[in-house]
Design a protein around this ligand. Structure first.
Ligand SMILES: *Cc1c(COP(=O)(O)O)cnc(C)c1O
Length: 374
């Protein structure tokens, strides 16, 4: 029996008729760029999250860039960001000529550690870098502790941008990811909890000014008139066909989130006490983009992966190399005292198959294969 790491085929079997109908509707009306489905999706996402503005766009990375443009980030300014994340988080500011300032994460939740923020700020200050904001990341599905991160940000006059590419669908104190920072960026890459059949993303915010800039910058910085350019922008729209697909997936999203929570609960009962499983913070719910355990110190992770692979159990490592150790990022500041938690996690984390359609039997196979491969 095939046990995929992420089962997009099972999901597609469930919605295929609806997806086909919605794609056919786009082919019939022919408005491939910023068509009615794009507006319908943006309204549906705004309604779901309680955000005033949703600006769909071409990828999660472009959503981060549009959000940073909206925040008015300038070259040379610094933004605190975890090093233990997907490259796009830090890349978005680097590509704008500003500076990621790498900060530590919490060993249990994998998310930006509020206690590590002063050391990151101090490292930037020591290099005369003006820090203007914090980008937190809801890694693997659980939002970061926005309560404590925002408190620190407010004290120091910083904004908070939430990278919810993985945590969209998760909540903090009952509030949806998408409304947790001044602005949120998310991704609709196929493997994310809410994914399309190509690249896509969105910016969410209550801030009218950020929204206006993001809307303008996703179409070359255009003003009210099509050929009036108010600023330097990019081409960063979401395709109408992808919006149509997302509308279909959105109709089963809450059901899938509940199923993901059940899968996580079953892993916890199979593995809890035997290995370090991922806990939820008291105030969080997770979209369970990934289920990431930590192997005991000294474990040969590659050997575990190949023994599990021999039993047809796929695994993955997110992320084996922290951003502050990657060659293009070596020149950016790192929190004073270093990032020992980040470095330890990069060497010990292992992601197990995770999707809403995993069966209890399959999860037992995964757990058995894991325990006998250690
Ligand atoms: C996937 C991801 C992104 C980028 O999204 P794309 O749509 O692939 O550009 C950004 N941040 C995090 C944390 C991600 O997981």
């Amino acid at each position: 029996m095939d046990l995929p790491f992420i089962d997009l085929a099972a999901q597609q079997a469930r919605i295929r008729g609806d997806v086909d109908k919605r794609i056919a509707a786009v082919l019939n009306h022919g408005t491939y760029i910023l068509g009615p489905e794009v507006k319908e999706l943006e309204a549906a996402l705004a309604e779901r999250c309680g955000a005033t503005h949703v600006i769909s766009c071409s990828s999660g990375t472009d959503a981060l860039i549009l959000a940073l443009l909206g925040l008015g980030l300038r070259p040379g300014q610094g933004v605190i960001v975890p090093s233990f994340t997907f490259a796009a988080s830090a890349e978005a500011m680097a590509v704008l000529g500003s500076l990621p300032v790498f900060a530590e994460v919490d060993a249990a939740t994998y998310n930006l550690d509020a206690d590590g923020l002063p050391a990151a700020l101090a490292a930037a200050n020591a290099q005369n870098i003006e820090v203007v904001g914090i980008m937190c990341v809801g890694l693997f599905g659980q939002p970061a502790d926005i309560t404590r991160i925002s408190a620190f940000a407010d004290t120091h006059g910083l904004w908070v941008l939430d990278d919810a590419a993985q945590s969209f669908g998760g909540t903090w104190k009952g509030q949806q990811a998408g409304t947790l920072g001044r602005v949120t960026a998310t991704s609709f890459f196929p493997a994310k909890p809410l994914g399309c059949y190509g690249d896509g993303g969105a910016v969410l915010t209550d801030d009218d000014n950020i929204a206006e800039i993001a809307i303008s910058c996703r179409v070359h910085g255009q003003g009210r008139d099509k050929y009036e350019n108010e600023r330097i922008g990019m081409t960063a729209r979401l395709d109408t066909i992808q919006a149509a697909i997302l509308l279909s997936k959105l109709s089963i999203f809450d059901d899938e989130l509940a199923a993901r929570q059940q899968v996580a609960d079953r892993y916890q009962s199979l593995l809890g006490g035997k290995i370090t499983t991922p806990p939820l913070a008291q105030d969080a719910t997770s979209s369970w983009a990934q289920y990431v355990i930590q192997l005991p110190d000294g474990t040969d992770r590659q050997a575990v992966q190949s023994r599990m692979g021999a039993k047809d159990i796929p695994t993955a490592v997110y992320y084996p190399r922290p951003m502050h150790t990657q060659p293009p990022y070596l020149r950016y500041p790192v929190a004073e005292g270093g990032l020992s938690v980040t470095e330890r996690l990069a060497g010990s984390v292992l992601a197990l198959p995770m999707h809403p359609y995993l069966t209890p039997e399959q999860q037992e196979q995964v757990a058995d294969a894991l325990m006998s491969s250690l």
